[in-house]
Design a protein around this ligand. Sequence first.
Ligand code: ATP
Ligand code: MG
Length: 375
Amino acid sequence: MPPPEPLASSARRPPPGRARELVARYRLELLWVAFVGANYAAMFAWPAWETIPFYLIWISLTLLYGLRVWPLGPTLIVVLAVMALTGIPITAHVMHGTQPVEKVIRVPLMAMLFGAVVWHARRRVEALRIAERRTAQLRSMLERQERFIHDASHELRTPVTIARGHLELAVEHSGSSFELDVALDELSRIDAIIGRLLLLASAGQPDFLQTEDVDVEGFLEDIFMRWSEVAPRAWRLGVLAPGRLHVDPDRLRAALDALLENAVKYSAEHDAIELRAAADGPDRIVIEVVDEGRGVRAEALERIFDRFARADAARTRADGGVGLGLAIVDAIAKRHGGRCTVTSNGHGSTFALALPGFTPAGVAQRLPELSSSST
Ligand SMILES: Nc1ncnc2c1ncn2[C@@H]1O[C@H](COP(=O)(O)OP(=O)(O)OP(=O)(O)O)[C@@H](O)[C@H]1O
Ligand SMILES: [Mg+2]
Protein backbone atom coordinates (compact mmCIF):
# COMPACT_ATOMS: atom_id res chain seq x y z
CA MET A 1 0.00 0.00 0.00
CA PRO A 2 1.45 3.45 -0.92
CA PRO A 3 2.23 5.74 2.03
CA PRO A 4 -0.49 8.32 2.80
CA GLU A 5 -0.07 11.75 1.17
CA PRO A 6 1.05 14.38 3.71
CA LEU A 7 -1.57 16.93 4.63
CA ALA A 8 -1.32 20.10 2.54
CA SER A 9 -0.88 22.32 5.63
CA SER A 10 1.96 20.26 7.13
CA ALA A 11 3.66 20.08 3.69
CA ARG A 12 3.87 23.89 3.61
CA ARG A 13 5.20 24.17 7.16
CA PRO A 14 9.04 24.55 7.35
CA PRO A 15 10.74 21.39 8.66
CA PRO A 16 11.51 21.53 12.42
CA GLY A 17 15.28 21.88 11.84
CA ARG A 18 14.74 24.85 9.52
CA ALA A 19 12.29 26.48 11.97
CA ARG A 20 14.85 26.15 14.75
CA GLU A 21 17.46 27.67 12.46
CA LEU A 22 15.16 30.63 11.67
CA VAL A 23 14.40 31.20 15.36
CA ALA A 24 18.12 31.13 16.16
CA ARG A 25 18.87 33.51 13.30
CA TYR A 26 16.16 36.04 14.14
CA ARG A 27 16.35 35.58 17.92
CA LEU A 28 17.09 39.27 18.52
CA GLU A 29 14.25 40.42 16.27
CA LEU A 30 11.81 38.05 18.02
CA LEU A 31 12.90 39.28 21.44
CA TRP A 32 12.49 42.84 20.24
CA VAL A 33 8.95 42.14 18.94
CA ALA A 34 8.04 40.68 22.35
CA PHE A 35 9.55 43.72 24.09
CA VAL A 36 7.66 46.12 21.81
CA GLY A 37 4.41 44.15 22.40
CA ALA A 38 4.79 44.50 26.18
CA ASN A 39 5.51 48.23 25.92
CA TYR A 40 2.64 48.74 23.49
CA ALA A 41 0.27 47.11 25.96
CA ALA A 42 1.70 49.35 28.71
CA MET A 43 0.93 52.45 26.64
CA PHE A 44 -2.74 51.52 26.71
CA ALA A 45 -2.77 50.22 30.27
CA TRP A 46 -1.17 53.31 31.85
CA PRO A 47 -1.94 56.29 29.59
CA ALA A 48 -0.47 58.77 32.08
CA TRP A 49 2.92 56.95 31.86
CA GLU A 50 2.83 56.32 28.11
CA THR A 51 5.98 58.44 27.56
CA ILE A 52 8.20 55.74 29.07
CA PRO A 53 7.08 52.75 26.91
CA PHE A 54 6.92 55.11 23.91
CA TYR A 55 10.62 56.01 24.22
CA LEU A 56 11.58 52.44 25.17
CA ILE A 57 10.12 51.21 21.86
CA TRP A 58 12.13 53.71 19.83
CA ILE A 59 15.34 53.27 21.83
CA SER A 60 15.13 49.48 21.49
CA LEU A 61 14.60 49.86 17.73
CA THR A 62 17.73 52.03 17.48
CA LEU A 63 19.75 49.54 19.53
CA LEU A 64 18.53 46.61 17.42
CA TYR A 65 19.34 48.44 14.18
CA GLY A 66 22.87 49.16 15.42
CA LEU A 67 23.37 45.40 15.76
CA ARG A 68 21.61 44.28 12.58
CA VAL A 69 21.60 47.05 9.92
CA TRP A 70 18.76 45.65 7.75
CA PRO A 71 18.48 46.50 4.05
CA LEU A 72 16.69 49.79 3.25
CA GLY A 73 13.33 48.22 2.24
CA PRO A 74 12.68 46.24 5.46
CA THR A 75 14.05 49.17 7.52
CA LEU A 76 11.45 51.49 5.96
CA ILE A 77 8.64 49.01 6.63
CA VAL A 78 9.72 48.61 10.28
CA VAL A 79 9.92 52.40 10.83
CA LEU A 80 6.47 52.95 9.33
CA ALA A 81 5.08 50.11 11.45
CA VAL A 82 6.63 51.55 14.65
CA MET A 83 5.38 55.04 13.74
CA ALA A 84 1.85 53.68 13.30
CA LEU A 85 2.13 51.56 16.42
CA THR A 86 3.31 54.35 18.69
CA GLY A 87 1.15 56.97 16.95
CA ILE A 88 -2.18 55.16 17.45
CA PRO A 89 -2.34 55.20 21.29
CA ILE A 90 -1.03 58.78 21.47
CA THR A 91 -3.61 59.97 18.92
CA ALA A 92 -6.32 58.10 20.82
CA HIS A 93 -5.28 59.73 24.09
CA VAL A 94 -5.15 63.18 22.45
CA MET A 95 -8.64 62.62 21.03
CA HIS A 96 -9.93 61.62 24.47
CA GLY A 97 -8.31 64.75 25.84
CA THR A 98 -6.07 62.85 28.28
CA GLN A 99 -2.88 64.07 26.50
CA PRO A 100 -2.06 67.48 24.95
CA VAL A 101 -2.06 67.61 21.12
CA GLU A 102 1.71 68.45 20.89
CA LYS A 103 2.51 64.92 22.07
CA VAL A 104 1.74 63.60 18.58
CA ILE A 105 4.74 65.48 17.15
CA ARG A 106 7.06 63.10 19.09
CA VAL A 107 6.32 60.33 16.58
CA PRO A 108 7.78 61.98 13.41
CA LEU A 109 10.60 63.45 15.55
CA MET A 110 11.63 60.01 16.79
CA ALA A 111 11.35 58.69 13.22
CA MET A 112 13.72 61.45 12.07
CA LEU A 113 16.18 60.65 14.85
CA PHE A 114 16.08 57.01 13.86
CA GLY A 115 16.62 58.08 10.22
CA ALA A 116 19.87 59.79 11.29
CA VAL A 117 21.01 56.57 13.01
CA VAL A 118 20.16 54.59 9.86
CA TRP A 119 22.19 57.01 7.74
CA HIS A 120 25.26 56.70 9.99
CA ALA A 121 24.99 52.93 10.30
CA ARG A 122 24.67 52.49 6.52
CA ARG A 123 27.71 54.72 5.96
CA ARG A 124 29.68 52.59 8.39
CA VAL A 125 28.57 49.38 6.68
CA GLU A 126 29.49 50.81 3.28
CA ALA A 127 32.93 51.88 4.56
CA LEU A 128 33.48 48.37 5.93
CA ARG A 129 32.43 46.86 2.61
CA ILE A 130 34.88 49.10 0.73
CA ALA A 131 37.68 48.23 3.18
CA GLU A 132 36.96 44.50 2.74
CA ARG A 133 36.93 44.85 -1.05
CA ARG A 134 40.25 46.72 -0.95
CA THR A 135 41.79 44.07 1.31
CA ALA A 136 40.66 41.33 -1.07
CA GLN A 137 42.06 43.28 -4.05
CA LEU A 138 45.36 43.79 -2.25
CA ARG A 139 45.56 40.12 -1.34
CA SER A 140 44.92 39.04 -4.90
CA MET A 141 47.44 41.61 -6.19
CA LEU A 142 50.03 40.26 -3.77
CA GLU A 143 49.29 36.70 -4.84
CA ARG A 144 49.64 37.67 -8.51
CA GLN A 145 52.90 39.45 -7.75
CA GLU A 146 54.26 36.38 -5.94
CA ARG A 147 53.19 34.15 -8.82
CA PHE A 148 54.83 36.49 -11.31
CA ILE A 149 58.10 36.56 -9.38
CA HIS A 150 58.01 32.79 -9.15
CA ASP A 151 57.25 32.24 -12.86
CA ALA A 152 59.73 34.86 -14.08
CA SER A 153 62.52 33.51 -11.87
CA HIS A 154 61.75 29.99 -12.97
CA GLU A 155 61.86 30.96 -16.66
CA LEU A 156 65.14 32.82 -16.19
CA ARG A 157 66.86 29.83 -14.67
CA THR A 158 67.05 27.80 -17.92
CA PRO A 159 68.77 30.46 -20.10
CA VAL A 160 71.18 31.24 -17.26
CA THR A 161 72.10 27.56 -16.93
CA ILE A 162 72.57 27.26 -20.73
CA ALA A 163 74.69 30.43 -20.90
CA ARG A 164 76.84 29.24 -18.01
CA GLY A 165 77.33 25.84 -19.70
CA HIS A 166 78.53 27.56 -22.89
CA LEU A 167 80.88 29.86 -21.00
CA GLU A 168 82.35 26.95 -19.05
CA LEU A 169 82.91 25.11 -22.33
CA ALA A 170 84.62 28.22 -23.73
CA VAL A 171 86.90 28.35 -20.66
CA GLU A 172 87.71 24.67 -21.16
CA HIS A 173 88.61 25.15 -24.85
CA SER A 174 90.43 28.43 -24.87
CA GLY A 175 91.41 28.94 -21.23
CA SER A 176 90.06 31.59 -18.88
CA SER A 177 90.15 35.27 -19.68
CA PHE A 178 89.07 38.40 -17.81
CA GLU A 179 85.89 38.74 -19.90
CA LEU A 180 84.86 35.10 -19.41
CA ASP A 181 85.51 35.32 -15.66
CA VAL A 182 83.38 38.47 -15.38
CA ALA A 183 80.57 36.86 -17.39
CA LEU A 184 80.68 33.71 -15.23
CA ASP A 185 80.73 35.86 -12.08
CA GLU A 186 77.69 37.81 -13.22
CA LEU A 187 75.85 34.61 -14.08
CA SER A 188 76.56 33.26 -10.61
CA ARG A 189 75.13 36.47 -9.19
CA ILE A 190 72.00 36.16 -11.32
CA ASP A 191 71.69 32.52 -10.27
CA ALA A 192 71.90 33.50 -6.60
CA ILE A 193 69.29 36.24 -7.10
CA ILE A 194 66.95 33.81 -8.87
CA GLY A 195 67.35 31.33 -6.01
CA ARG A 196 66.50 33.99 -3.44
CA LEU A 197 63.55 35.31 -5.45
CA LEU A 198 62.16 31.79 -5.78
CA LEU A 199 62.53 31.27 -2.05
CA LEU A 200 60.78 34.58 -1.30
CA ALA A 201 57.97 33.84 -3.76
CA SER A 202 57.36 30.46 -2.14
CA ALA A 203 57.21 31.95 1.39
CA GLY A 204 53.42 32.36 1.08
CA GLN A 205 52.85 28.72 0.15
CA PRO A 206 51.22 26.49 2.76
CA ASP A 207 53.98 23.86 2.49
CA PHE A 208 56.78 26.42 2.89
CA LEU A 209 57.71 25.05 6.32
CA GLN A 210 58.54 21.43 7.16
CA THR A 211 58.81 21.70 10.91
CA GLU A 212 60.42 19.36 13.41
CA ASP A 213 62.05 19.57 16.84
CA VAL A 214 65.71 20.57 16.83
CA ASP A 215 68.22 20.70 19.65
CA VAL A 216 69.08 24.41 19.93
CA GLU A 217 72.67 24.03 21.14
CA GLY A 218 73.68 21.41 18.56
CA PHE A 219 71.95 23.25 15.74
CA LEU A 220 73.51 26.65 16.49
CA GLU A 221 76.97 25.22 17.26
CA ASP A 222 76.96 23.53 13.87
CA ILE A 223 76.10 26.78 12.05
CA PHE A 224 78.67 28.68 14.10
CA MET A 225 81.46 26.20 13.29
CA ARG A 226 80.75 26.43 9.56
CA TRP A 227 80.85 30.22 9.54
CA SER A 228 83.83 30.62 11.85
CA GLU A 229 85.94 28.77 9.28
CA VAL A 230 84.83 30.99 6.41
CA ALA A 231 86.08 34.44 7.37
CA PRO A 232 88.80 35.83 9.65
CA ARG A 233 86.73 37.49 12.37
CA ALA A 234 86.82 37.42 16.17
CA TRP A 235 84.14 34.73 16.34
CA ARG A 236 82.35 34.27 19.65
CA LEU A 237 79.80 31.62 20.52
CA GLY A 238 77.75 33.18 23.29
CA VAL A 239 75.34 31.63 25.76
CA LEU A 240 72.99 29.15 24.07
CA ALA A 241 69.74 28.37 25.86
CA PRO A 242 69.50 24.58 26.16
CA GLY A 243 66.24 23.14 24.89
CA ARG A 244 64.31 22.13 21.82
CA LEU A 245 62.88 24.37 19.15
CA HIS A 246 60.01 23.44 16.84
CA VAL A 247 61.05 24.91 13.48
CA ASP A 248 61.91 24.14 9.88
CA PRO A 249 65.66 23.54 10.32
CA ASP A 250 66.50 24.23 6.65
CA ARG A 251 64.62 27.55 6.61
CA LEU A 252 66.04 28.62 9.97
CA ARG A 253 69.53 27.74 8.78
CA ALA A 254 68.93 29.84 5.64
CA ALA A 255 67.83 32.79 7.80
CA LEU A 256 70.82 32.52 10.13
CA ASP A 257 73.16 32.09 7.15
CA ALA A 258 71.80 35.35 5.70
CA LEU A 259 72.36 37.15 9.02
CA LEU A 260 75.87 35.74 9.48
CA GLU A 261 76.72 36.46 5.85
CA ASN A 262 75.77 40.10 6.46
CA ALA A 263 77.74 40.20 9.70
CA VAL A 264 80.81 39.06 7.77
CA LYS A 265 80.11 41.23 4.71
CA TYR A 266 79.59 44.44 6.67
CA SER A 267 82.45 44.04 9.12
CA ALA A 268 86.22 44.11 8.75
CA GLU A 269 88.87 41.56 9.56
CA HIS A 270 89.17 40.80 13.32
CA ASP A 271 85.86 42.56 14.14
CA ALA A 272 83.83 40.54 16.63
CA ILE A 273 80.83 38.46 15.55
CA GLU A 274 78.80 36.66 18.17
CA LEU A 275 76.01 34.11 17.89
CA ARG A 276 73.90 33.60 21.00
CA ALA A 277 70.45 32.46 22.05
CA ALA A 278 68.33 32.98 25.14
CA ALA A 279 64.87 32.02 26.29
CA ASP A 280 62.34 34.84 26.15
CA GLY A 281 59.25 33.93 28.11
CA PRO A 282 57.94 30.40 28.58
CA ASP A 283 57.98 29.25 24.93
CA ARG A 284 60.03 31.76 22.94
CA ILE A 285 63.66 31.99 22.05
CA VAL A 286 65.67 34.92 20.78
CA ILE A 287 68.63 34.04 18.59
CA GLU A 288 70.97 36.98 18.12
CA VAL A 289 73.70 37.69 15.61
CA VAL A 290 75.82 40.52 16.97
CA ASP A 291 78.60 42.16 15.03
CA GLU A 292 80.97 45.02 15.63
CA GLY A 293 81.03 46.05 11.99
CA ARG A 294 80.01 49.27 10.32
CA GLY A 295 76.45 49.29 11.74
CA VAL A 296 73.32 50.55 10.04
CA ARG A 297 72.39 54.22 9.81
CA ALA A 298 69.33 55.11 11.92
CA GLU A 299 67.31 56.33 8.91
CA ALA A 300 67.91 53.04 7.08
CA LEU A 301 66.78 50.80 9.94
CA GLU A 302 63.08 51.13 9.17
CA ARG A 303 63.20 49.73 5.62
CA ILE A 304 66.12 47.39 6.00
CA PHE A 305 63.89 44.29 5.79
CA ASP A 306 62.21 45.42 2.56
CA ARG A 307 63.02 43.61 -0.67
CA PHE A 308 65.97 45.12 -2.53
CA ALA A 309 66.64 47.48 0.37
CA ARG A 310 70.16 48.71 0.78
CA ALA A 311 71.16 50.75 3.78
CA ASP A 312 73.86 52.42 1.74
CA ALA A 313 72.73 53.47 -1.75
CA ALA A 314 76.27 54.44 -2.71
CA ARG A 315 77.54 50.93 -2.11
CA THR A 316 79.72 49.44 -4.81
CA ARG A 317 79.08 46.20 -6.68
CA ALA A 318 82.13 44.73 -4.96
CA ASP A 319 80.10 44.80 -1.76
CA GLY A 320 77.97 42.06 -3.22
CA GLY A 321 74.26 41.58 -2.44
CA VAL A 322 71.12 42.87 -4.03
CA GLY A 323 69.16 43.37 -0.84
CA LEU A 324 67.18 40.15 -0.55
CA GLY A 325 68.90 38.50 2.42
CA LEU A 326 66.99 40.32 5.16
CA ALA A 327 63.68 40.08 3.27
CA ILE A 328 64.18 36.29 3.35
CA VAL A 329 65.03 36.38 7.07
CA ASP A 330 61.90 38.44 7.71
CA ALA A 331 59.68 36.06 5.68
CA ILE A 332 61.08 32.99 7.42
CA ALA A 333 60.67 34.57 10.87
CA LYS A 334 57.08 35.59 10.14
CA ARG A 335 56.12 32.19 8.74
CA HIS A 336 57.31 30.68 12.03
CA GLY A 337 55.11 33.15 13.92
CA GLY A 338 58.13 35.16 15.01
CA ARG A 339 59.92 38.31 13.95
CA CYS A 340 63.36 39.69 13.26
CA THR A 341 64.44 43.05 14.66
CA VAL A 342 67.59 45.09 14.44
CA THR A 343 69.39 47.51 16.72
CA SER A 344 72.48 49.40 15.69
CA ASN A 345 74.65 52.19 16.99
CA GLY A 346 77.19 52.74 14.25
CA HIS A 347 79.75 50.47 15.93
CA GLY A 348 77.92 47.32 15.09
CA SER A 349 74.49 45.76 14.78
CA THR A 350 72.40 43.20 16.61
CA PHE A 351 69.88 41.17 14.61
CA ALA A 352 67.45 39.37 16.91
CA LEU A 353 65.37 36.50 15.62
CA ALA A 354 62.50 35.89 18.05
CA LEU A 355 60.73 32.55 17.52
CA PRO A 356 57.95 30.68 19.29
CA GLY A 357 57.95 26.90 19.79
CA PHE A 358 60.83 26.73 22.29
CA THR A 359 60.86 24.19 25.09
CA PRO A 360 63.65 24.98 27.56
CA ALA A 361 65.63 22.07 28.92
CA GLY A 362 66.66 23.79 32.14
CA VAL A 363 66.75 27.20 33.71
CA ALA A 364 66.67 29.81 30.94
CA GLN A 365 69.40 32.41 30.90
CA ARG A 366 69.14 36.06 29.98
CA LEU A 367 71.32 37.57 27.24
CA PRO A 368 74.34 39.49 28.49
CA GLU A 369 75.04 42.87 26.84
CA LEU A 370 77.82 42.72 24.22
CA SER A 371 77.55 46.35 23.22
CA SER A 372 75.24 49.21 24.08
CA SER A 373 72.75 49.62 21.22
CA SER A 374 69.93 51.86 20.16
CA THR A 375 67.15 51.24 17.62
N1 ATP B 1 75.19 43.32 9.85
C1 ATP B 1 75.01 44.43 9.10
N2 ATP B 1 75.77 45.51 9.30
C2 ATP B 1 75.58 46.62 8.56
N3 ATP B 1 74.66 46.74 7.58
C3 ATP B 1 73.90 45.69 7.33
C4 ATP B 1 74.02 44.47 8.08
N4 ATP B 1 73.10 43.62 7.61
C5 ATP B 1 72.47 44.24 6.62
N5 ATP B 1 72.93 45.48 6.44
C6 ATP B 1 72.45 46.48 5.48
O1 ATP B 1 71.15 46.10 5.10
C7 ATP B 1 71.05 45.96 3.68
C8 ATP B 1 70.11 44.85 3.35
O2 ATP B 1 70.69 43.59 3.73
P1 ATP B 1 70.33 42.31 2.90
O3 ATP B 1 71.00 41.14 3.52
O4 ATP B 1 68.87 42.27 2.75
O5 ATP B 1 70.91 42.61 1.45
P2 ATP B 1 72.36 42.50 0.91
O6 ATP B 1 73.28 41.94 1.95
O7 ATP B 1 72.71 43.83 0.35
O8 ATP B 1 72.17 41.50 -0.30
P3 ATP B 1 71.90 39.92 -0.28
O9 ATP B 1 71.79 39.51 1.16
O10 ATP B 1 70.65 39.75 -1.04
O11 ATP B 1 73.06 39.29 -0.94
C9 ATP B 1 72.47 45.73 3.22
O12 ATP B 1 72.63 46.19 1.90
C10 ATP B 1 73.29 46.52 4.21
O13 ATP B 1 73.38 47.85 3.79
MG1 MG C 1 72.75 40.10 2.83
